[in-house]
Design a protein around this ligand. Structure first.
Ligand code: SAM
Length: 413
């Protein structure tokens, strides 16, 4: 990109491959489209959101001059979009799906549940597509240009799915529930009611709930972390575990599978009910070893720490407390509070898995949070492992916001 086209302070990030430009990063603002569009600016195509603070999001790979067409600089409807991007999109979506399926190393009896399209990370900003059990597709639409081009993109997704899985999707659901839509002046729409899908994933049977309100229905990004927690709990000979913010039992099932007695705590009764069904679906798991607690994690953990209760393994996987950069300090206090209650309760030589889900908190910042929490709890720790999201959620090069999940595996002294 010629230096004069974007503000000097944005240039370093842009040159490193970052796919966003804010309205005030753009020098020639008068050329910007006033409606949701695809727009060629500098040396790339961008999705333009005229009502958003993030004005341009790059579409396509970070390759200067990519799909340059001297006669065409903006696209404003779905037909034009597919006429221009359709062949690329088909080939790209197919390659992305095949590569991710390979990376996930699914077991022979495992049905394919994975994140197929992860927005900017897969060069298609404003769109998330998750596949459940190789049968159901859930597409989350996040931006105004994605809504504009959706009727062109949807059939391509459908066709690629049908080719790769050798069958049409049983259901293809559109989700318009994400709060970020409000930043683009898009409406939030209740999710459609869907029957749960019984599927085998990560070694267990699950009653997954595609299109329910958390994520697109499942925390597929924690797949490796679920397994790693169970492996370490086994190695450390843990007998009891607390799965705090358990949702439908991602960690709980794996810990039960490793022979531990598990107390799962969540504020969603619906999630705890599905967790119970999930345990019952797997005859090798002993439902008597599961205790479900419908409670607020802060209050419950605080009460346990005051009472001096202990567990050999504690998993903490709360929702993100960080809404934006401005509330990092408040969020950090919340993380310290929750982590310190939990740390007090881990048995000596026990396992503590602490997860944080926000690109606003760096690994250094979270390590400081853990260190401060341990100081308050009067404990010390060694770091056994640090993992991130599953490989189907890999961040694009140069896009630090794509690294949003941290899972710290600590042994507590
Ligand atoms: C990141 S998800 C957990 C995902 C889960 N560990 C997994 O691996 O599938 C966060 C969970 O925290 C729950 N939650 C949110 N706020 C909570 C609170 N204050 N107390 C207890 N649970 C809470 C949500 O209902 C949700 O199930």
């Amino acid at each position: 990109m010629k230096k004069g086209l974007i503000a000097p302070r944005a240039f370093k990030n842009y040159s490193a491959g970052h796919p966003w430009l804010r309205a005030d990063d753009i020098v020639e603002r008068k050329t910007l489209p006033s409606r949701p569009s695809a727009f060629f600016y500098g040396e790339h195509w961008w999705m333009c959101s005229p009502n958003s603070y993030l004005r341009l999001r790059r579409i396509g790979p970070n390759q200067p001059g990519w799909m340059k067409n001297p006669k065409l600089t903006r696209i404003t409807n779905a037909d034009q979009f597919t006429a221009f991007f359709g062949d690329w999109l088909y080939a790209h979506l197919k390659q992305t799906l095949l590569t991710k399926i390979e990376k996930m190393k699914f077991a022979a009896d495992e049905e394919k549940s994975l994140r197929w399209v992860f927005s900017e990370n897969d060069f298609i900003p404003g769109l998330i597509v998750d596949v459940f059990g190789g049968q159901i597709m859930v597409a989350q639409l996040l931006t105004a240009p994605m809504e504009t081009f959706w009727l062109g993109i949807k059939p391509i997704l459908n066709d690629v799915f049908t080719e790769v899985f050798a069958r049409a999707p049983k259901e293809f659901v559109e989700l318009r529930t994400a709060a970020v839509r409000k930043l683009e002046e898009l409406e939030i729409i209740d999710p459609p009611a869907m029957a749960p899908l019984k599927t085998r994933w990560n070694g267990f049977l699950w009653n997954m709930t595609p299109a329910s309100t958390q994520k697109t229905g499942a925390y597929l990004d924690q797949r490796e972390n679920h397994r790693h927690a169970a492996d370490l709990a086994r190695q450390l000979k843990c007998k009891t575990a607390w799965d705090i913010c358990s949702y439908q039992g991602g960690f709980s099932l794996h810990l039960l599978g490793a022979g531990l007695s598990v107390t799962a705590v969540d504020q969603s009764q619906a999630a705890l009910d599905v967790l119970c069904e999930n345990v019952q679906l797997n005859p090798e798991l002993n439902p008597e070893k599961l205790t479900r607690v419908h409670a607020d994690a802060f209050e419950w953990l605080k009460a346990q720490s005051v009472a001096g209760s202990k567990a050999d393994a504690i998993i903490l996987d709360p929702p993100s407390f960080v809404k934006n950069r401005e509330n990092i300090a408040t969020a950090s206090k919340g993380y310290v509070e929750l982590n310190s209650y939990a740390l007090k309760c881990v048995s000596p030589q026990g396992l503590f898995v602490s997860c944080v889900c926000s690109h606003h908190i760096s690994t250094d910042e979270y390590k400081k949070i853990l260190t401060e929490s341990a100081r308050i709890a009067g404990r010390t720790f060694t770091i056994e492992a640090f993992l991130e999201a599953s490989p189907d959620h890999s961040p694009a090069k140069g896009f630090s916001e794509g690294r949003y999940l941290q899972a710290w595996f600590l042994v507590i002294q």
